[in-house]
Each structure stands twice: as C-alpha cells, then as structure tokens.
Design a protein around this ligand. Sequence first.
Ligand SMILES: Cc1ncc(COP(=O)(O)O)c(C=O)c1O
Length: 403
Amino acid sequence: MAVSRKMLDFAQKASWIRKMFEEGARLKELYGGDNVFDFSLGNPDLSPPPQFYDTLRSIVVQTGQGRHGYMPNAGYPAVRHAVAQQISQEQNVSLISDLVLMTCGAAGGLNVVMKSLLDPGDEVILLAPYFVEYNFYVDNHGGIPKVVQTGSDFTLDIDAIEKGLTEKTKAIIINSPNNPSGQIYAASSLKALGELLEAAQNRFHHPMYLIADEPYRKIVYDGHAVPSVFKAYRNSIIVSSYSKDLSLAGERIGYIALHPDMEDREPLQGALTMANRILGFVNAPALMQRVVGHLQGLTVDLGVYARRRDLFCTILSKSGYEFTPPKGAFYIFPKSPIINDVEFAEILSQQKILAVPGQGFGMPGYFRLAFCVEDHVIERSATGFTKAIEQAMDKNRQNSEET
Ligand SMILES: Cc1ncc(COP(=O)(O)O)c(C=O)c1O
C-alpha cells in the first residue's frame, strides 16, 4: 500500500465531515438541493463586507517592481504593524509588529506554532469538544494530544485540566468562541487557567504555553465579548484568521501573535518565522496580506448570524431539544435525544437534515449544526427536527420497555 498506515487511520478517524458531505450529495441528488437541510459545514456563506471588494480593486491595479516577489517570511512589515495595533486594542496589551507573523489561515498558524514548540513526545492538552483537526496538527509535529473534558455547559473545568497536566505538557489549546459549542470562556476562568499554568511551570521547571485559537473572536451575540488571554497569562500565543469574520476562508490568511512578556520570546519568533518557511508556506499570500492590512476591525454582517442563531434556538426549544445557546461562532451543539449520536444523525438524515455527530468533536452524545445557510433553510427544517426527536423518544421508550 502506497499510503502510510497513519494516514489511512487518520482518514478513517476524520471521516465524519466527509460522510456527511457524501450523504448530503446523495440526498440532494434524490430530492433536489432546496429540499435538503445541510447544517454540516462551517463554510461561511455571507459575503465579505463591501470595503473588502473596494480595497481589493484598489490594490490589484497597483504595479511596480518586486510587488509579486518574495518577502520577509513573517509577512509585510506594514501589515504586521496594522495587525499588531488591532490586537493591542483587542487584548488591552501593547504589541509591536515583531510579535506578529502572518500565516496561511489559522490552520497554517497552528501548524507553525506546533512545529516551533514541540519535541517528540511532548503533550498538548485539547479541551473537548474541540475542532477535530487539532489532533492532526499536534501529531504532524511529533506531539501527543491529551483530551480533557469541559464542564457540563462546555465551560473550562480547571480541576480536570489540572489532572491532565504532566511533566510532558508543553501546551494547551483553547478555542473561544468555541467550535462546536459556541461557548466563550469567562475572564475568571482564563485567570484561573493562567494561575494553574504558572504553578505547573514552576512545578515542572519548563514553560507551558497557552495557545488561543480565536478565529471566531468577533462573531459574538447578545453583547458578549471575548476576554483577553494576554491579560490572563504571559506565556500565551494567539492564532487567528480572517476566514470567518471576513468570510475569506478560501483566501488562506491569518496570523500568530505572541505575548510581549513571554518566556523565550526571541528564539520563538525566529522558530515561527523559520517554520512558516520550511513547512512550505514560505509566507502568507501577498495580495491578501495587503488587503486585510486595510480592513482591521471590520466584519461581515453579524446581524445575519445572530438572527439565524435565534431561529435555531426557537425551533430546537419548541421541539424539546436540550442545548446551551451559543454565545459566539456560528454553531449550535444540542444534546442527542438518544445516547448514540451517530444513530441520531441517521435519524436526522431521514428527515433530510444533515448534522455532524458529537463524536467528531471528541464529545459523543451531542450533534453539531452550523448556521452557514440561509434563514429559509433553517425555517423549513423545523418539522424535520420535531419528527426526529419524536422518533428518538419512541426508540428510548422501546428500549426501556425491553430492559
Ligand atoms: C476552531 C477552528 N480553528 C481553526 C480553523 C481553521 O481556520 P482557517 O480557515 O483560518 O485555517 C477552523 C475552521 O473551521 C476552526 O473552526
């Protein structure tokens, strides 16, 4: 077999989204696209803001020698400066542009961070439910993912994290607002996490890094805000992108930002720059760097996501589903009404509703719905959700009668 056993195994483990994609294609073929309620993909469907197109047009007409050549591997200095200023505001900490490195999206940024931090066998804590790709990014660079559960409403469980820390722990990845739960970790929880990591560093005599994956930072509801990780802990690294808040997922543009007071800051800056180069990214896309440099702080029309979130919450609660309303991101993560989330996803698909089982996020017993679809798709799915929960309840009744 040409393909490595490891990759075959990975493909098997990450098969949920692909399975849903295939099921979606099958259902759409059978019933027509309009009659299938596909909530499986977190692919932003809103248009970027008008300023994006204006900026893009004004940049593409500019010519000049070297405009399309190689650049410093960390990105254009002017763009890094603009991003540093924006992060300084968001994090309430003063950042210089040396602390920012432009990347190929958050995914590229996370790989660059892992490559720079990990020695073989180093452990990285992941908090379930998590973005499934973290497992692969950690493994790509010789690390070992260690999964720790969050609390009942997906908030940080500091005691559980403490139990997960060992002398091999090098980093912990947090993602707030969270994919898939939509939870935002409170400032008090981040402070407690910072204190825990500080104590663990002293105990194990080496730095432990807090990696905050924040591509959904600006997508928040009901006036919620995402607290500053830089305020909570000095050895912290932010990874983010414009994939979600500007709907530029295909353009592959994001960044890494380091805390100004972090330990081993200079060698880490050098390692990140080199990792960006030798992982083959070389540098983040030139055109998109120039564009986002002018669009700091802008977002897509968040009112649309807020309206869809409310629609989903109304439909799901009317049908009797249990869920924690998302505070941010564009996902909702209800409890499966039967224990087996895969079986429930199948019941949903009989109603032409596509959802991803919680198993795909390290948390069985739940399912994820992405609201990157038009309002009418959510509205028309209501009957299907009601029928699916009724079928699940019947199943539960039959099972309890049999036992
Ligand atoms: C939590 C999380 N992190 C990272 C990414 C990757 O984002 P990007 O497109 O910026 O690489 C995603 C994409 O869905 C995500 O949900």
